[in-house]
Design a protein around this ligand. Sequence first.
Ligand code: NAD
Ligand code: TYD
Length: 347
Amino acid sequence: MKNILVTGGCGFIGANFIRYMLEESGFTGRIVNADKLTYAGNPENLTDIALKSSTRYIFEKADICDAKTMSAIFDTYDIDTICHFAAESHVDRSIAEPDAFMRTNIIGTFNLLELAKSRKDKLNLFHHVSTDEVYGSLGEQGFFTERTPYDPSSPYSASKASSDHIVRAYSRTYALPVTISNCSNNYGPYQFPEKLIPLVLLNALDGKSLPVYGKGENVRDWLYVKDHCIAIRTIMQNGTRGETYNVGGRCEKKNIEVVETICDVLDELVPAQASRRGLITFVKDRPGHDLRYAIDCSKLETELGWKPQESFETGIRKTILWYLKNSEWVERIRSGEYQSWILRQYA
Ligand code: NAD
Ligand code: TYD
């Protein structure tokens, strides 16, 4: 791997991945980040990296659905590896407005695969970043393995499932060198505050209500974002071409437990007049809400030697401290100011 094209690198996981690759992983090549800068893409997540690593980090504002622009990026920077994060990623938005999910997650991925196929002689790897939500919902027992049949519930997970199938088809039909990772719920620095953990954290700081869907009994398996980034790097480097790897934290929590933990850590770090648990409000459930996700990641652990470094207790504390320290980033996101900052930079 010398020249990696990262798609969606201005989003939550992509930005953490680029930061990890350039600063900690030992990778010595160059990263080209192609991102459309939707509402979820924020180049400010990488401002320091752009300054410190100006020869090893390049940003291109680009839509993965735009075949001509993506081909030009591939050729200009002599790309040999693709790590594909770009997606519409929020389940609630996919229920309200599914169009962009189908376009970016399905057509955008197809477009990148066509590009990869046409440059196959130059391509070392196409790594596709996906989600455990493709497997649908578990009952009280059991785990998702790499052989669990796909059964997606939301437009988001159905669009990601579709993209996974197309990636696998290109591997089998055209012998494209691919790997796929299906990861559980991530949390950590730079997550857009529409997802459960940053939304609850910031509302709790402001004394606003903390919306918990249904009874808060849905279970997610939480993984600190840097552990996901290390897993992706491990798979890209040592994974078997054509294979899928599940990634998870072995960290199942009911949503209500997550929300209560955030309240308790905040009460300790930033004492308030009353416990923030009092802000918890049970609201109407999400339609098609999957009950439980739990990942069996033993393939990744035994074959490639990965295991998460953070527990939920250490990871959530780091995350809360990051949001407390980065109040300017939070304010710009919430005021919508960074959208105009983007327009000034890249108009
Ligand atoms: P995010 O919403 O924070 O970021 C998505 C990024 O993609 C943004 O920077 C956005 O501008 C960019 N983008 C969107 N449409 C684009 C397009 N058409 N062309 C180019 N760029 C575009 O998402 P995230 O949480 O960082 O997720 C990244 C990937 O990881 C996604 O593929 C998602 O399905 C997957 N994933 C996420 C989680 C999670 O918990 N967040 C878990 C498992 C897998
Ligand atoms: P979310 O962060 O949207 O991730 P995903 O839907 O991809 O798992 O939601 C995580 C869980 O938290 C999910 O079960 C829905 C629930 N949830 C709430 O209870 N309240 C909220 O305000 C949000 C955004 C999510």
